[in-house]
Design a binder for this molecule. Structure first.
Ligand code: C2E
Ligand code: CA
Ligand code: CA
Ligand code: CA
Length: 279
C-alpha cells in the first residue's frame, strides 16, 4: 500500500476530527430529540401474496431535526447504537408501537400486528425480554400481535443466550423475524437452531430480480430452505410487478415494499387499512 504523506495525514486527521464532531453533535441532538418529542413512527404494510390481505405493518422510526429536517434512520440509528442512546430510543419505539396496537384495538376493534426493529445492543440487554413482557402487560396487548425484527448478526453473537431469549419471547406469544436475511453470511443450516417465525429476504436480493440470475438463484434457495424449516417468508423492498410474479411463483408468503405502499403516517394507515369497509 502507498505510504501516507505528511499532507495526507493532516487531511486524514482533519477528516477524523470533523467526523467525530459530527457524531458528538448528533449524539447531543439525539438526546434533546427524545425530550423534545422530535421522533414519530411510520407504518409500512406487509401483505399476503395470495389473499392480498394485510398481515401487519413494520414500524419505522422518523426523526424531524429542528434545523436539518428529516434525518434518515440509516444515519442516526448507528450513532445512537454507538453512543449508548439506543436503549432509550429502542424502548421508546417499542412502547409507542405496543400502545398503538392497544389504541387501534379500542378505536377500531381491529387486531393489527406490528413488527418492531430491535437493534443488536437492545436485544443483547439481559432484561430485554422482561421489558417486552412488562410493556405488553401495561397496555394489555396480546403478544401475538407483536413481532420483533432482529438481524442475523445480533442472533449470531451469543447463540445460547439468543436462543433462550427467543424461547422466552415465544412463551409471551411474541413472534421473531430475521431481518435483512442473506446479508450476514451465516451458515444457512444453523438457522434451524433458532426458534424464529419469519425470514425477511433482504432488499438487495430482490432489487434486480428477475434479471440478475445470481440473486434469483439465492432468493429461490432461501425460499426453499424457509419452507423446509417451516418458516414464513417475506420479500422486502418489492417495487415491481415482475418481482411479485417471481415471488409468488416461488411460494413466498408475504411482501413489503413501495409496490404495495410506502411507510405512512398513522392517519394515512388508519384511513387506508382500518376505517370503512376496506380490509
Ligand atoms: P430495515 O429494517 O431493513 O427497513 C426497511 C427499509 O427499507 C426502510 O427504510 C423502508 O422505508 C425501506 N423500504 C421499504 N420498502 C422499500 C422499497 O420498495 N424500496 C426501497 N428502496 N426501500 C424500501 P428506513 O425507514 O429508512 O429505515 C432504514 C433502516 O433503519 C431500517 O432498515 C432499520 O435497520 C433502521 N431502523 C428504522 N427504524 C428503526 C427502529 O425503530 N429501530 C431500529 N433499531 N432500527 C430502525
Ligand atoms: Ca426491519
Ligand atoms: Ca430489512
Ligand atoms: Ca435493511
Amino acid at each position: 500500500a502507498k505510504k501516507m504523506g505528511k499532507n495526507d495525514f493532516v487531511i486524514f486527521e482533519e477528516h477524523m476530527a470533523s467526523e467525530l464532531k459530527a457524531q458528538v453533535s448528533m449524539t447531543s441532538d439525539l438526546r434533546k430529540a427524545l425530550i423534545n418529542r422530535e421522533f414519530h413512527l411510520v407504518y409500512q404494510p406487509q401483505v399476503n401474496l395470495y389473499n392480498h390481505r394485510i398481515f401487519g405493518a413494520e414500524v419505522l422510526l422518523r426523526w424531524n431535526h429542528p434545523v436539518r429536517g428529516p434525518v434518515s434512520p440509516a444515519e442516526f440509528i448507528p450513532v445512537a447504537e454507538a453512543h449508548g442512546l439506543i436503549d432509550q430510543l429502542g424502548e421508546y419505539v417499542l412502547r409507542c408501537a405496543i400502545k398503538q396496537i392497544a389504541d387501534w384495538k379500542r378505536q377500531y376493534g381491529r387486531a393489527v400486528r406490528l413488527a418492531v426493529n430491535v437493534s443488536p445492543r437492545q436485544f443483547g440487554r439481559f432484561d430485554f425480554v422482561s421489558q417486552v413482557g412488562l410493556m405488553l402487560e401495561e397496555f394489555q396487548v396480546d403478544g401475538r400481535l407483536l413481532e420483533l425484527e432482529i438481524t442475523e448478526s445480533a442472533l449470531a453473537k451469543d447463540i445460547e443466550t439468543a436462543v433462550s431469549k427467543l424461547m422466552e419471547l415465544r412463551c409471551l406469544g411474541v413472534g421473531v423475524a430475521v431481518d435483512d436475511f442473506g446479508t450476514g453470511f451465516s451458515n444457512l443450516a444453523s438457522l434451524k437452531r433458532y426458534p424464529v417465525d419469519l425470514l425477511k429476504i433482504d432488499r438487495s436480493f430482490i432489487r434486480d430480480i428477475p434479471h440478475d440470475q445470481d440473486n434469483l438463484a439465492i432468493v429461490i434457495a432461501i425460499v426453499q430452505m424457509a419452507k423446509t424449516l417451516g418458516l414464513k417468508i417475506l420479500a422486502e423492498g418489492v417495487e415491481t410487478i415482475d418481482q411479485i410474479r417471481v415471488m409468488r411463483q416461488q411460494g413466498c408468503d408475504l411482501i413489503q415494499g413501495f409496490y404495495v405502499a410506502r411507510p405512512m403516517l398513522v392517519d394515512q394507515f388508519e384511513k387506508d387499512y382500518l376505517s370503512g369497509s376496506g380490509q
